[in-house]
Design a binder for this molecule. Structure first.
Ligand SMILES: C[S@@+](CC[C@H](N)C(=O)[O-])C[C@H]1O[C@@H](n2cnc3c(N)ncnc32)[C@H](O)[C@@H]1O
Length: 245
């Protein structure tokens, strides 16, 4: 009888055991389908390949357009986490509106997911506080899209990554950076984006994005192969994603 691969009692059994273990390890972080073109396709991939606990979370929801889009494909519960609050402590101007505007955004977000009849769960609160209310491994899928400066993105990753089950989908928006990266300078990114879109949108240097740095660093440190969407027909910027192996 072979109790575990580490305590072999018969050679054949342990050979099979080791084979399975290696296969699982090698396969854990593999992306299961075709690469994702644009962020609106993530929900279909999440639904097809990752729906086990039936729980997903979007961190940073704004007016709920992306949440509503996702909930047309994702059949489970969808937590919508946003402070919907002015952040006086925050230097960034990024979506740091006066309170009245946040109230209107929350109203719109609620209205947009009403069609899903209770599957959408808006939670008003700061990302790191709300993360603590979720059990580790409880989510199939997280989409991180709150504050995009380096420190905040890294803190969100650290807070939400444990909440995703092993084999779940970790993803987020706006893969760009106000710092020149190994292969991509900020000016190249910005001219590429505006060339594609043909109109002025917020750029990484406008609001000091550090998403690319934070996500690259986090994925590398945790041994995950990082993927980035390759088509901008649904949104102005690439999204990022990896499987929590
Ligand atoms: C880029 S918008 C989200 C857009 C949305 N995901 C979409 O695609 O339609 C960022 C949102 O994050 C929220 N936010 C910023 N910092 C936050 C924090 N620390 N905790 C929770 N929400 C935050 C803002 O209120 C804003 O609504």
């Amino acid at each position: 009888m072979c109790m575990s691969p580490l305590m072999p009692s018969d050679a054949l059994c342990c050979y099979i055991f080791l084979g399975l273990a290696l296969e699982t390890m090698a396969g854990q972080s593999l992306w299961p389908g075709d690469p994702i073109p644009c962020r609106d396709d993530l929900a279909r991939a999440a639904q097809k390949y990752f729906n086990k606990t039936g729980w997903a979370a979007e961190v940073g929801v704004y007016q709920g357009r992306f949440a509503a889009q996702n909930m047309r494909h994702w059949t489970g519960r969808y937590f919508m986490i946003d402070a919907w609050a002015h952040r006086p402590f925050d230097d960034s101007s990024d979506k740091n509106f006066p309170q009245a505007e946040h109230e209107e955004n929350l109203r719109q977000a609620r209205a947009r997911v009403r069609f899903a009849r209770g599957r959408g769960w808006p939670i008003r609160g700061f990302s790191l506080d709300v993360a603590q209310r979720f059990a580790d491994g409880s989510l199939d899928w997280v989409f991180i899209d709150a504050l995009h400066v380096y420190e905040a993105t890294l803190r969100d990753l650290e807070a939400w990554y444990p909440k995703v089950r092993v084999g779940g989908l970790v993803s987020g928006d706006d893969y760009g950076d106000a710092t020149d990266m190994e292969w991509m300078s900020t000016s190249r990114f910005e001219s590429g984006v505006s060339r594609c879109l043909g109109f002025g949108t917020t750029t990484p240097s406008d609001v000091g994005w550090g998403t690319m740095r934070a996500v690259n660093q986090f994925a590398r440190e945790h041994g995950h192969q990082l993927f980035v969407t390759y088509f901008l027909d649904c949104h102005s910027y690439p999204a990022w994603y990896f499987v929590k192996g």
